[in-house]
Each structure stands twice: as structure tokens, then as C-alpha cells.
Design a protein around this ligand. Structure first.
Ligand code: BGP
Length: 467
């Protein structure tokens, strides 16, 4: 369907340190909140993941060969500061210098996140983002990185603030596994926004020559029908999943309309939010200073009103029909006829991406340039025979439909400048392990051998149309 890409389009693959690097116990690295948790859970290990710590030259070479001009990576906070603060670990610092050099030497522009779900264990134990002291440590870590890694010109502070807060405290499938702990869920969102804003303000104060932004996953919420009850439920769910964070980031305050919904949710769930003196000044100062916005998009949600007790079950195995979500006083996620779903019950709905791009550019003038920083299809896939190419036509179709939606929004004036597929190569998935694959390149996790998927060839064909 999509025939060509715009001039100078950023065309990349995305990774995250903990999901690709492996080598979690080497070279002075400290533990993240996942190490002991995954061990105790006993389902899957973060080692060796994609062994990117050792094999990055190979993956970067593949990226170049298949036409990518950019790559999204994250720095593991615990490779730089094993305990989250204190003395920097020189081996970790040296590793990222080597990685960035390799990217640049191969003609790939690195887009670098400072935090991608991998809080240091020490800070996790003292409250993670719920402890305001950890915001200070994050700002210090960011400052160190800005001054050290001057070869990086494109920074993201935090990846998917909502997914982290939601998975930790609402859905309960990330450590510490709280379910519908609404106070923590909203407080973590706010505190992470303050952390982001402080880092943006610092970056601008330092007058550094690069660009900075953050990454939100947008999950557009639609009422299942137009009854007032369901329309209201969708409005509440949207405030919790999207609008609270978008307002905080790009307006620099939470609008009355947003707070009306948030307060209704808090009331119904005996929860509260604390905004400290000065927080809103920090947000207001940062809002116009974001250079760009990284939007991740996978799926939308259809919502119906729900008044019973909150319950949910998370589909971590890829068995269709096993996920459910019911949020007291807010809503219940339901499926809509005619909308296909993945094996993990995620709706396939490219129109949601188009709608989200239009919405963000219409409602948030401070949101200037947008990059789609993640989008892709998770599947179970078998290793191809030697010399054969894995035919992932479903993934190509998924990406194709979503690029089409992006280009349509762009034609209508939304400033989208690039696309990073999730994911570059197959990786370790936080709550699904190794059987949910997203990559352009298949990895046999036992031998670490890379195999080409058809989507990589398709990516290359489109890459060749970028002038
Ligand atoms: C996003 C994360 C990624 C990645 C992706 C796919 O929320 O930023 O780190 O994991 O989702 O999610 P999953 O692995 O659960 O399918």
C-alpha cells in the first residue's frame, strides 16, 4: 500500500537496554528492579536477551544493510550508576561510548532514552518514582549523561510513563505487582512527569546543542457505543491513560476538564494525588521546551461503563481471549466486532494512530515534531530453515497499515518526521518472555544467530525511497 517515504524521513528500529543487552551481571552493572523479581518468578531470564551488549556491531551492521538511518536505544541507568547514584562505573560509560560510535560510524543516528522501565533495584526498594528523592537522583544521572555523551544529539527522558505506572500499580504485571492501587498509579504518573520536566529544564539551561523530549504510548479510547454512560466511561479512561500525561507534558498543567475526570476516578477508588508546591511551575516551564514528542502506538481500547469491583487478568502467554480489564467506576475493556486482535488480545486498529496524531497536534500546540518511536506486531514465530527468509507477512501488513495512517495525518499537516519499528531484532518482552517476537531480524536465543525476516526486506525497499 505505502509506496514511498517522505524526504529526510527518520527510519529506524527500536530497542531498550534491558530487553536486548543481556549481560546483566557483568562489568560492574547494578541490579534493576527486574533482576530479583524475574528470578523469583522463575518464568524467564533477562540473560542473554539478544546479547546486544556483545553483538551490537552485528545488529547495527544489519540495520545499515536493511536501510535504517536511525536506531532507538536506551542507557541502562545501572550500568552508569550501579546503585542509581554515587560514583559512575567507568566500564558502563565506556560501553555506551563504543555503542554510539558504532552507530554513528555506520550512519545510524542514535535516539537515546534515559529510562526504559529499568529503575535501579536500590531506588525501587525505597519507593521507585513514588519517592521524590529518586527524582533528584534521576536528574543527576541525566546531567551526567548529557555532559558525558556529547555525541548523542537526540534524547528522550522516560519511556511510556503510563505503561510503567499502570503495569506496576493498576494492572499488576510489573514489580511490585499492585492491582488497582490507584493512589500509586496516579502519583507515579505525576512524579515521573515532574522528573521529565526537571530534566528538560536542566537540558535547556545547560544550553546543549541537541534535542530532548519524552515518549508516551497513546492508547486512544473509544466508547463501545454512543450511550451517555459509555461515552462518559471512555472519557474517564482516556483521562487516566492519555490526557493527564499529555496535559502535564504539553500544557504544563492539568486542565480543569482532565482533573474533573481524574478526581471522579480518585473519589470512586478512595485514592488521592499529591501535587507539591512548585511542581506546576516546573511543568509549566518545561512544556514549551520539549523539542519533540516520541509517540508509541500499538492499539486502542473500546470501553463500556463498569460499576463493579476492579479485576483484571493479563494475557502474558499469547492465548487469545485471556485478558480482561474492569476498573471500578471507570469502565470495562470490550472487543468490537470486525476489529481484529493479536494473539495477545491487542486490537489492530490503525485508525487509532491517525486519530491520535490528529488529536495531539490539534490540542497541544507545544507538541511540535513527532516521531513514532514504537509500533509493531508481536507474534510467535519459528526459526526459518537455513538460507530461508521468515515470511512475516502479517507484520508487514500491520506496519504498512500504520505507516499509511501516519502519512495520511502528515499530509493533513501533522509534523511526523520519523518511524521506529518495535522492534529492531527479536527481544526479551517484559511480561511475555521470549515467545513474543517483534523484530525485523529473528534471533535464535540459544545460538544468538540472526535470521532475516521478510519485513526487513520490505523495510529496505521503503528505505530506498527516502531522498
Ligand atoms: C512498550 C514498551 C516496550 C515493549 C513494547 C511491547 O510498552 O516500551 O519496551 O516491550 O511495549 O510490549 P510487549 O513486550 O509487552 O508486547
Amino acid at each position: 500500500r505505502v509506496k514511498s517515504l517522505p524526504k529526510d524521513f527518520v527510519w529506524g528500529g527500536a530497542t531498550a537496554a534491558y530487553q536486548v543487552e543481556g549481560s546483566t551481571k557483568v562489568a560492574g552493572k547494578g541490579k534493576t528492579m527486574w533482576d530479583d523479581y524475574l528470578k523469583a518468578q522463575g518464568r524467564f531470564s533477562p540473560d542473554p536477551a539478544s546479547d546486544f551488549y556483545n553483538r551490537y556491531p552485528e545488529d547495527i551492521e544489519l540495520s545499515r544493510k536493511y536501510g535504517l538511518n536511525s536506531i532507538r536505544v536506551s542507557i541502562a541507568w545501572t550500568r552508569i550508576f550501579p546503585e542509581g547514584y554515587g560514583k559512575p562505573n567507568q566500564e558502563g560509560v565506556a560501553y555506551y561510548h563504543r555503542l554510539f560510535k558504532e552507530c554513528l560510524d555506520q550512519g545510524l543516528e542514535p535516539y537515546v532514552s534515559l529510562h526504559h522501565f529499568d529503575s535501579p533495584q536500590t531506588l525501587f526498594e525505597n519507593g521507585d518514582w513514588l519517592n521524590r528523592k529518586n527524582i533528584d537522583y534521576f536528574v543527576d544521572y541525566a546531567e551526567f549523561c548529557f555532559k558525558e555523551f556529547t555525541e548523542v544529539k537526540n534524547w528522550f527522558t522516560i519511556n511510556e510513563l503510563i505503561s510503567l505506572a499502570y503495569s506496576q500499580y493498576i494492572q499488576g504485571n510489573f514489580p511490585p505487582n499492585h492491582h488497582f492501587d490507584v493512589t500509586s498509579g496516579i502519583q507515579a504518573q505525576h512524579n515521573e512527569l515532574v522528573a521529565h520536566a526537571r530534566v528538560v529544564n536542566l537540558y535547556k539551561k545547560l544550553g546543549l546543542p541537541g534535542r530532548i523530549g519524552l515518549i508516551h504510548v497513546i492508547q486512544p479510547i473509544y466508547p463501545i457505543d454512543d450511550t451517555p454512560e459509555n461515552v462518559h466511561a471512555a472519557k474517564l479512561q482516556d483521562a487516566f491513560m492519555n490526557k493527564f500525561l499529555l496535559d502535564g507534558t504539553f500544557l504544563g498543567y492539568y486542565s480543569d476538564d482532565t482533573m474533573e475526570s481524574i478526581n471522579e476516578i480518585l473519589r470512586l477508588n478512595d485514592a488521592h494525588l499529591e501535587i507539591e508546591d512548585g511542581d506546576l511551575d516546573i511543568l509549566a516551564k518545561a512544556a514549551p521546551q520539549n523539542d519533540f514528542f516520541g509517540m508509541n502506538y500499538y492499539q486502542n481500547q473500546f470501553i463500556k461503563a463498569y460499576h463493579g469491583e476492579s479485576t483484571n487478568s493479563f494475557n502474558g502467554t499469547g492465548d487469545k481471549g485471556t485478558s480482561s480489564f474492569k476498573f471500578k467506576g471507570v469502565g470495562e475493556a470490550v472487543k468490537k466486532e470486525g476489529v481484529p486482535t493479536t494473539d495477545w488480545d491487542w486490537n489492530i486498529y490503525p485508525e487509532g494512530l491517525y486519530d491520535s496524531l490528529k488529536r495531539v497536534s490539534r490540542d497541544y500546540p507545544n507538541c511540535k515534531t513527532i516521531y513514532i518511536t514504537e509500533n509493531g506486531l508481536g507474534m510467535k514465530e519459528e526459526k526459518p530453515a537455513e538460507g530461508e527468509i521468515l515470511a512475516d507477512d502479517k507484520r508487514i501488513d500491520y506496519i504498512d497499515q500504520h505507516i499509511e495512517a501516519i502519512l495520511r495525518a502528515r499530509d493533513e499537516g501533522v509534523d511526523v518526521q520519523g518511524y521506529f519499528v518495535w522492534s529492531l531484532q527479536d527481544q526479551f518482552s517484559w511480561a511475555n518472555g521470549y515467545n513474543k517476537r517483534y523484530g525485523l531480524f529473528f534471533i535464535d536465543f540459544e545460538t544468538q544467530k540472526r535470521y532475516i525476516k521478510k519485513s526487513a526486506l520490505w523495510f529496505k525497499e521503503l528505505a530506498d525511497t527516502i531522498k
